[in-house]
Design a protein around this ligand. Structure first.
Ligand SMILES: Nc1ncnc2c1ncn2[C@@H]1O[C@H](COP(=O)(O)OP(=O)(O)OP(=O)(O)O)[C@@H](O)[C@H]1O
Ligand SMILES: [Mg+2]
Length: 247
């Protein structure tokens, strides 16, 4: 891989006396979609939250575009090009779509007010459904629309990489398919992605690289076409999912 946009090495973190991450290693290449899979409680969300600066690392490093950001506050990481769509999406229900998007741009707005309007236009272009509803309260939108809003809000910071935690959770298949297309478009525009998903079919559809986590460590990493299917089946307790694999 050419030098990664995000590189996580030996990451340890936890809560009080409990260690949750026992030395996580993974990297996301520029313009790559890396998918992080694992059972409930494996530490996927905690990995994203430590990478984003919402939970402190106890040991190890997080690099963004080669820069060590391990001890930088979350806002500084956003300003350097890392955005995070948290699990549960968390749009502000009492604010309109446009107000939600504005909140995603606060680091940008302070640096460059003129770019802000251009970024808002580009996000609304990308999400026609949000453009149609820009004055609607976010809390009254469907789950799929809220998922798009959460992704759109992350894009308002003009990121180089987005960390996306279970965007398809709770969505009907048609809404999940629409979201896959949205994320594919985001990726095609040159934004790298670290994607956590329970929906393995959804995830593998987008993945360039697959990482599997168990009990706070990454136990298998491979390009999508060379994922060890038996390993995936065993780790996730699922049947064969990869189409046109190598075996
Ligand atoms: N704020 C917290 N305080 C204490 N323990 C926590 C906290 N957040 C997460 N944990 C614990 O860390 C472990 C990993 O949680 P995490 O949310 O990363 O799992 P996950 O892999 O994202 O699972 P899921 O697929 O269910 O979202 C779990 O045992 C969880 O209970
Ligand atoms: Mg999680």
């Amino acid at each position: 891989m050419s030098s990664p946009i995000v590189s996580i090495k030996g990451l340890r973190a936890g809560f009080g006396p409990t260690t949750v991450l026992h030395g996580v290693d993974l990297a996301v290449g520029p313009a790559e979609v890396a998918v992080l899979l694992g059972l409930n409680g494996a530490g996927k969300s905690v990995t994203l939250r430590v990478a984003a600066g919402l939970i402190p690392a106890w040991a190890g490093t997080v690099r963004l575009g080669g820069e060590d950001v391990t001890t930088l506050p979350a806002e500084a990481r956003v300003g350097r090009g890392m955005a995070h769509v948290t699990q549960g999406r968390h749009v502000f229900p009492g604010l309109t779509v446009e107000e939600n998007l504005r909140l995603g741009a606060y680091t940008l707005r302070r640096r460059d007010r003129s770019r802000y309007a251009a970024v808002l236009d580009s996000v609304l272009d990308r999400f026609p459904r949000l453009a149609d509803r820009r004055r609607q309260l976010a809390g009254t939108m469907s789950g799929g629309e809220q998922a798009m809003l959460a992704v759109g809000r992350a894009l308002m910071a003009n990121p180089r990489v987005i960390l996306v935690d279970e965007p398809s959770a709770g969505l009907a298949p048609a809404a999940a398919d629409a979201l896959v297309e949205t994320l594919r478009g985001v990726h095609r525009s040159g934004v790298a992605m670290l994607l956590v998903e329970q929906n393995v079919t959804f995830a593998l559809d987008l993945a360039d690289t697959v990482h599997v986590m168990r009990q706070g460590t990454v136990v298998h990493s491979a390009p999508r076409q060379r994922v060890d299917q038996d390993r995936l089946t065993a780790e996730l307790g699922i049947g064969r999912l990869l189409k046109g694999g190598t075996r």
